[in-house]
Design a protein around this ligand. Structure first.
Ligand SMILES: Cc1ncc(COP(=O)(O)O)c(C=O)c1O
Length: 463
């Protein structure tokens, strides 16, 4: 089984593990599971592959079970989706009601559950968010924000549909989202660049000039861009899109940088949009991740943790902006599916009423303190521990400072064999994002396994 850069080993004997939260009682990967991987390899585009070789059969709370008696502590939340916990009982109950009615699909005809969800969503979010647009995938939400920013710009009489975005940020795989994303290789297939989308340098923590003066860093690069492209921002720029933190490595911006960018945009009639796909719905210890920056956006793109389960993405904004497109011009077949709305409502209620966001904040402190302790133990191999709340990016490098994606992959594989699921990025980072219902004991057990896996990964590399 191959990822983009690393080949996971075939079934190997591993020590038996039986703890309160983990159970590993077979070879890993499980020999009986190979047939499933072979079937997927045979019938599905390989572009879907590259994940750790584990078959998910059941998942509850912060644990994932396979069909052969193995149980993992989950530090992935199935890629930052199951914030309210796998198989959250409130969500299961809400879905059961939809199934029992039954009402599995209703296109954009009115449903009670959609009205209930929207009322609760708008009441639970900051006041500038007066309306929402419900979709299925995150990439649709960022595309939608792009459309709204440009439509708003045209309405204001701008002469170009310019959008600012940032180096290294990522917003999805459909064409508009890829255009706003930075990754040049991923969008090479398009064959041209949208001439009105501009990427500014990201204030990486390893950029000394960005750390020293984040405001000056923004202003300098902004004025260089305006000069180079001959832009008048009042007339040529409609909006700015920020990924709340850079996903692959949990890289946040210095707040002053975001404040400067938002102030620049506001003064020039541009809309400020955040892509909260990974950051939203409590992940960082606040309802939305942008709340760490001391700014309020005009548009918010959400997905993943919005439902902790079924496909659901959301764009939030003011009534004026959300009503700009013509009636009927912004819907999709699966927008506002009744089951997704029921899941979204039960999810948000659970996150708010059961204190899960607060749990992410409180446990986030312990989580990062312990991760930094682990970093201190391996200074020649772990360069950064980034993130906040219950999201972390651990960045690996070799003792010469060269990024080390092989060690990151090897650590993920070691952890898998011990009963811990980590987010394998294929790059030099490992991402961690347990469901927000995780207990301190479960979290600490997972980090213990991570530490052992790093130690073994390093010693194996030295052999
Ligand atoms: C920041 C960000 N934006 C957009 C997306 C796209 O979401 P989806 O895969 O649901 O289309 C993702 C998905 O990983 C993401 O992390």
């Amino acid at each position: 089984m191959a990822s983009a850069t690393y080949r996971f080993s075939g079934p190997v004997e591993v020590p038996r593990v039986e703890t309160r939260h983990r159970r590993i009682v077979t070879k890993i990967p499980v020999p009986e599971s190979l047939e499933i991987f072979e079937t997927l390899d045979r019938y599905e585009s390989s572009a879907m592959h590259g994940q750790l070789p584990v078959v998910w059969d059941r998942a509850e709370g912060f644990q994932v079970h396979d069909p052969w008696g193995n149980t993992w502590i989950d530090f992935t939340s199935s890629i930052f989706v199951t914030n309210a916990g796998h198989g959250n009982p409130r969500i299961v109950e809400a879905l059961r009601e939809v199934l029992d009615r039954p009402l599995l699909h209703a296109y954009t005809y009115a449903t009670r559950v959609r009205a209930d969800y929207l009322r609760y969503l708008i009441a639970s979010t900051p006041p500038q968010f007066e309306k929402a647009f419900l979709l299925s995938a995150g990439t649709e939400a960022t595309e939608c924000a792009l459309k709204l920013m440009r439509t708003n710009g045209w309405k204001q009489g701008k002469r170009r549909p310019g959008i600012l975005a940032f180096e290294g940020n990522w917003h999805g795989r459909t064409m508009g989202s890829q255009m706003i994303s930075h990754n040049p290789e991923q969008k090479a297939w398009i064959g041209y660049q949208d001439p009105h989308i501009f990427h500014l340098p990201f204030p990486y923590p390893w950029r000394e000039d960005a750390v020293r003066d984040p405001r000056a860093f923004f202003r300098t690069h902004m004025s260089e861009l305006l000069q180079k492209e001959g832009l008048d921002p009042e007339k040529d720029l409609c909006g700015v899109m920020l990924e709340t933190f850079q996903g692959w490595g949990a890289l946040f911006y210095p707040p002053e940088f975001v404040q400067e960018a938002a102030a620049f945009a506001r003064a020039r009639g541009m809309l400020v949009a955040f892509d909260e796909m990974q950051a939203g719905f409590g992940r960082t210890g606040k309802l939305f991740g942008y709340m760490h920056y001391g700014v309020e956006p005009d548009l918010l793109c959400c997905g993943k943790g919005a439902s902790s389960s079924l496909p659901l993405s959301i764009v939030l904004g003011s009534q004026r902006v959300m009503d700009l497109p013509e009636v009927g011009s912004m819907s999709s077949t699966h927008s506002a599916n009744p089951a997704s709305c029921a899941a979204g409502l039960a999810n948000l209620r659970a996150l708010i009423e059961e204190g899960m966001i607060e749990n992410a904040r409180v446990l986030g402190e312990v989580f990062h303190a312990r991760l930094n302790e682990i970093r201190g133990r391996f200074p020649g191999h772990i360069r950064h521990v980034l993130g906040r709340g219950l999201v972390a990016g651990v960045h690996f490098a070799d003792p010469n400072g060269k990024v080390d994606s092989v060690l990151a992959s090897r650590v993920c594989e070691k952890a898998l064999r011990k009963g811990l699921l980590l987010v394998h990025t294929g790059r030099e980072s490992i991402k961690m994002g347990p469901p927000l219902v995780i207990t301190e004991e479960g979290l600490m057990e997972g980090l213990e396994v991570f530490e052992e896996s790093v130690a073994e990964g390093i010693s194996e590399a030295g052999r």
